[in-house]
Ligand binder design. Structure first.
Ligand SMILES: NC(=O)c1ccc[n+]([C@@H]2O[C@H](COP(=O)([O-])OP(=O)(O)OC[C@H]3O[C@@H](n4cnc5c(N)ncnc54)[C@H](OP(=O)(O)O)[C@@H]3O)[C@@H](O)[C@H]2O)c1
Length: 257
């Protein structure tokens, strides 16, 4: 599928990957609905999108509230008349060593990164099936395929999104609704600097969010379910081949207590 003439709902579009994706989709002729908490930042993205796609709209909403997430999905469907694609991109980091994590932090991370995408998907899936077409694009992370140090809650939420997407794609195999799983590596966005998180342990290179946005759009023209952006699949393959060796390597990177 090429974006032109199609309607996308993109969550987490006030910054980073989601903002880049919304702008790129609109430039390529798609109408976009954008969702996030910061209305001022959404306004800026919407302004750019409307230069190319005047019907584009925004829904300021906290997707930590899963019932609100469902309402936004249904409102967007009604406002546009249908949605061709739901891109579950909104996400929060949770960089916290496991002994310092609280249950509330884990639950909140799960709500934003997993329950809300699942809830929005369940709301739209019957409509897409009835209409005879649809795309669900879930933005997980390489941390959804390997347990990142000091990111137990974040990894759990992204593993959940990976498992959900994979099983859902099998259930929908013969249906007109297609599922895409996106696993970004280190991308240069605000996620690394957000408050209420430990300092990042990773200080290597980061890829611009536009590269991931372009990769998401390209994923819609392939038959492949899973897309590592950038391509870090070799790291995941290495882990699968020797999980104990992989974990020992990760543990060697822990700061000294
Ligand atoms: N950057 C990376 O290295 C990297 C790596 C792997 C995966 N990812 C994933 O990529 C996705 C996009 O992240 P990003 O890197 O582009 O970071 P970002 O710039 O921080 O973007 C995150 C987006 O999610 C939105 N969001 C966060 N909490 C929300 C909430 N409760 N309700 C509604 N929207 C919410 C944010 O908007 P508001 O703050 O305005 O609500 C923002 O638009 C996330 O799912 C992230 O886990 C990123």
């Amino acid at each position: 599928m090429k974006p032109g003439g199609h309607t996308f709902l993109v969550t987490g579009a006030s910054s980073g990957i989601g903002a880049a994706l919304a702008r790129m989709l609109a430039e390529q002729g798609a109408t976009v609905g954008i969702v996030a908490r910061r209305a001022d930042r959404l306004e800026e993205v919407l302004h750019d999108c409307r230069k190319h796609a005047p019907e584009s709209r925004m829904w300021p909403a906290d997707l930590g509230d899963v019932e609100l997430a469902e309402r936004v999905a249904l409102e967007a469907w009604d406002a546009f008349g249908h949605l061709d694609a739901l891109v579950n991109n909104a996400g929060i980091p949770k960089r916290r060593e496991v002994t310092a994590l609280t249950y509330d932090e884990i639950e909140h991370t799960m709500r934003v990164n997993f329950f809300s995408p699942a809830r929005m998907t369940l709301a739209l899936l019957p409509k897409m099936l009835e209409r005879g077409s649809g795309w669900i694009v879930n933005v997980s992370s390489v941390a959804g395929r390997l347990g990142n140090l000091h990111e137990a809650a974040y990894s759990a939420s992204k593993f959940a999104l990976c498992g959900w997407s994979e099983a859902m794609a099998v259930d929908l195999w013969d249906s007109p609704v297609k599922v895409r799983l996106i696993e970004p590596g280190p991308i240069d966005t605000e996620i690394w600097d957000l408050p209420d998180n430990d300092d990042p342990l990773y200080h290597g290179d980061k890829v611009p969010p536009e590269e991931v946005a372009a990769g998401i759009i390209a994923s819609l023209e392939t038959n492949a379910f899973e897309h590592y952006l950038p391509d870090m699949k070799a790291v995941i393959d290495m882990k699968q081949a020797d999980i104990d060796g992989f974990m020992a390597g990760m543990a060697s990177m822990l700061p000294k207590r």
